[in-house]
Write a protein that binds this ligand. Sequence first.
Ligand SMILES: [Ca+2]
Ligand SMILES: [Ca+2]
Ligand SMILES: [Ca+2]
Ligand SMILES: [Ca+2]
Length: 525
Amino acid sequence: MERDTQPRNSRPSSSASPAAPQEDSFGALPVSAASPPSTRASAHSPRLRTRAWAALIVAIICLSLAASISLAAAEDAPPEEPASEEPVSSPEDTADPEVTIEQPAEGAIVGGRLDGAACEAWATDDTNVEHVAFFVDGQPLSETASAPYTCEWDTTEFSDGAHVLKATAHDAAGNSSSASIDVRVDNAAPNVSFDRPTEGDKVRGKLDDPQGSECDAPATDETKMDRVAFSVDGQFLNSERYAPYTCNWDTSRFTTGEHVLKATAYDAAGNSSSSSVRVKVDNRIWWADAETGDLSQWSRQTRNCRVDGVLYHDEEHCGDRISVVSSQTSGPDSRYAYRFEVRDGDDSPYGGERNEVKQTDGDKQYARGAERYFGYSVLLEDSFPADDQGVGNDWTAFSEWKTIETHGSGPAALNMQTGDEQMSLKRAASPAYFMWRTPLVRGRWHRFVVRVKFDPNPNVGFVEVWKDGVRVKPKTYGRTLQPMNGYVDRAYSKVGYYRNAKISGDSALYVDDYTVGPSYATVRP
Ligand SMILES: [Ca+2]
Ligand SMILES: [Ca+2]
Ligand SMILES: [Ca+2]
Ligand SMILES: [Ca+2]
């Protein structure tokens, strides 16, 4: 047919038709041949009214003539559909659109609410895709008129199991085509729970055995498992795609105390469920927090007191010089702290005025190459002597790392001391020097963390210092273990009040929560 070859917009112009309405010479509204006379025109002019009626009569005659010709033709030819019922405004479109379902994939396991890129069809047409309709098992789901053609499918309204997702693309001419895929709906979350550890367990070190002997959360799904993700206190640890689902947790990066270990299992449809256990992380190597209410967390005591001019070195006479008190404690959970007092004349046979405790048990010493973090809290009383006494060397040590040296007293490799209104980390033995200093503040708790690698080689040993949660001394190399008579021994911890005897005045200092561990997190408060 001739009309098929015409471009869509090149139909014959109606203005070329001789029957087209013409504006009359008076500029009035055009008068259609089929319309009754305009009342507006008739109200103005009898002449106009006459012309309109004449035109109407001519039109009626023409229509009657056309009808009779048409009837005559109908008797000779097969009937044709009246031209007026065909869409004269567009070319005929007999080609179907093309459509495919891009997502989900054939055989996919789906669950939850699918929309956007999770459920998308691709469609095209030789003229124009009018809309794409989606169906599940033949029931209408949603439809969309513009690309990207995405469905909206809440699978929870359908049963678990096999379903057919269909997309049908329509063009403006009423042509359509469809594509279908088989999918599996899974709205059921997996099951997961910890085998190990169990609620309340104590954990330490690395829980990273791939067989899960320390940390294992079996998970199953009726359709298909995807993965199990592990976290601690909301902090992601690792994700495992295959059973056994085991966590990979270096507990030493976490503070001593309670933490929530969580396993979240995901199935192939994206459903998830979680299981949590509350565990106690404890990587402390040893500690002395005074919570026993006595001095039993230390192995030895050094007591010196002068009472009524007589010097004693025993607990019976010097009991008040070292005590466990509840009046001053360092943390919210602390009930007790250690108190060390020195009065003028509390002379030690080994020099200085001192009252101290130490931990010399074999398993709590620090051999060459050992690396440890020491966290401890210290408070100096307001009465703590000032350094303006002119004694020349106004040192007071409150924590030391000393060398064992076969039952005797060896030199300190390191100590924390005061002097010149400073608190300092000092390399005590030759050559002695200050590794770090800060202004002395009395009357409040300070939390120190000192990291030490014990070694007599100054290129191997190092220290690092934090004060009140802030790193104040970066890792710095130096000798941290003192050779004695050519023999490299081990070091031990000591705390208390030990000062140059020339200093005068009675005072006390407090120590609490002395903790030794493998990491900063382990020993900070
Ligand atoms: Ca088409
Ligand atoms: Ca499932
Ligand atoms: Ca305490
Ligand atoms: Ca003195």
